[in-house]
Each structure stands twice: as C-alpha cells, then as structure tokens.
Design a protein around this ligand. Sequence first.
Ligand SMILES: [Zn+2]
Ligand SMILES: [Zn+2]
Length: 128
Amino acid sequence: MEQRAKHFKKRDAILNCVKCTKVHPSADWVFAQLKPEISNLSLGTVYRNLALFKEQGLIVSLGTVKGIERFDGNVDPHVHFICNECGCVLDLESVGIPESLKESIGRENGLVVNNCTLTFNGLCSQCK
Ligand SMILES: [Zn+2]
Ligand SMILES: [Zn+2]
C-alpha cells in the first residue's frame, strides 16, 4: 500500500510538472526539475510515465526538436513556434487554426480531418 502511494505521488508530480510549465519540456527537463524533490526518481520512470500520459491523452508530444522529444501539457489545439537555434518552443496564442481549413482540406481530398497541428520554425527574439 505504501509502495502504491509512492508510485502515485511520482506519477502526479511528473504530470503536474508538464501541465504547469510553458516550456514544452523534454523528459530530461522534467527529471531535472523533480529529482531534488524525489530523490529516488529515475529517468526511466519519467520516460515511462510521459509515454503513458501521451497514450491517455493527458499530454501531447510535439515530436522531436533537435533530436529530443518535447511534450505539451496543453492538449487544446494551438499553434507553435520552434526556434531552430536554441530549440525553444512558444505558443502562438493569437494565431488560430481555422475550422474552414480543416473542412476544405477534407472536402477537396475526400478525407475526414479530425485534427490539425500547425508549427512555425525560425529564430526566436533572443536568437535572431
Ligand atoms: Zn532561440
Ligand atoms: Zn504548446
């Protein structure tokens, strides 16, 4: 029972860590944040839990940035900007994905479009 409580504590801490940040963290970032608090945490546990959360739809994967998978705790569709230089990922809150785009793409290609992810690349204000 004790073991079980500990397990849930780790799981919640990992999920909270991704949900409460806008940095679109990697597994390594999450591990570095939580390790001081949870001394017996392993990187493998972080990886396993993130994969599980992704499967359960609690978080989304943004794919890899500079070879490292990045996650987002905000599962509502939104537009991203990724800096090619420093690898930072920003939410472009003012840019929407128009419903009409999904509809026209579906109609023109005979598809049912459920979801659309839109990502811009370039240099962030610090790197440009
Ligand atoms: Zn940058
Ligand atoms: Zn995001």
